[in-house]
Design a protein around this ligand. Sequence first.
Ligand SMILES: Nc1ncnc2c1ncn2[C@@H]1O[C@H](COP(=O)(O)OP(=O)(O)O)[C@@H](O)[C@H]1O
Ligand SMILES: Cc1cn([C@H]2C[C@H](O)[C@@H](COP(=O)(O)O)O2)c(=O)[nH]c1=O
Ligand SMILES: [Zn+2]
Length: 200
Amino acid sequence: MYNENNPNETQRKGRIEVICGSMFSGKTEELLRRLRRAKIARQKVEIFKPVIDVRYSQEEVVSHDKNSILSTPVEHSSNILLLASEVEVVGVDEAQFFDKGLTDVCQQLADQGIRVIVAGLDMDFKRIPFGPMPALCAIADDVTKVHAICVRCGSLACYSHRIVAGEKQVMLGEMHEYQPLCRKCYLQEQLFSTPPINKF
Ligand SMILES: Nc1ncnc2c1ncn2[C@@H]1O[C@H](COP(=O)(O)OP(=O)(O)O)[C@@H](O)[C@H]1O
Ligand SMILES: Cc1cn([C@H]2C[C@H](O)[C@@H](COP(=O)(O)O)O2)c(=O)[nH]c1=O
Ligand SMILES: [Zn+2]
């Protein structure tokens, strides 16, 4: 039982940090920044991503700026628990693609004294909260929402607008498939835009 008057050193270090926002908002860059600093502090770091994320690389976590770090692709969130022994910091990218079990996995890791840093899309292209992200934000010690620049008007963007045909929630892509938009421009797109081109 955690005693706030006499916290165990290990328990004190455990925490969950979530970095979320639209596409191109800097989530992966911020994750990489925090993980690089942990490595400078000589902490044992492990990074995981879902096997589905093969957009830029099978193995690496890669930002849109092409900065990267080697990671371990996993099929299911439970794999992270098995692979994160003897680790001080766990990073997770593209968390939106994981199963709902990721929330409990992160909670267990933090309870073991591990610092958990999770990056993922807050919403899908229809503005629906994505996968385990809402629950992760609820249990996090710290949530950082980052913003891209709206490609239409230059203000802060909060949504990812899909510019190609497709109704499925999961569709890998980058700037040929998605654009970051502010609320006003996103709503205008929904009201007045012609149906997106079908690229297949
Ligand atoms: N509209 C945009 N607004 C902000 N950054 C953008 C935009 N388009 C491209 N970028 C680039 O994307 C980078 C962020 O990439 P990344 O961290 O991978 O984002 P995310 O993981 O949130 O998709 C920025 O540093 C910038 O160079
Ligand atoms: C909005 C939205 C995005 N995706 C995909 C597209 C990319 O492969 C990733 C997000 O990458 P990023 O690191 O945030 O740039 O998710 C999707 O499958 N469905 C969506 O609605
Ligand atoms: Zn705008």
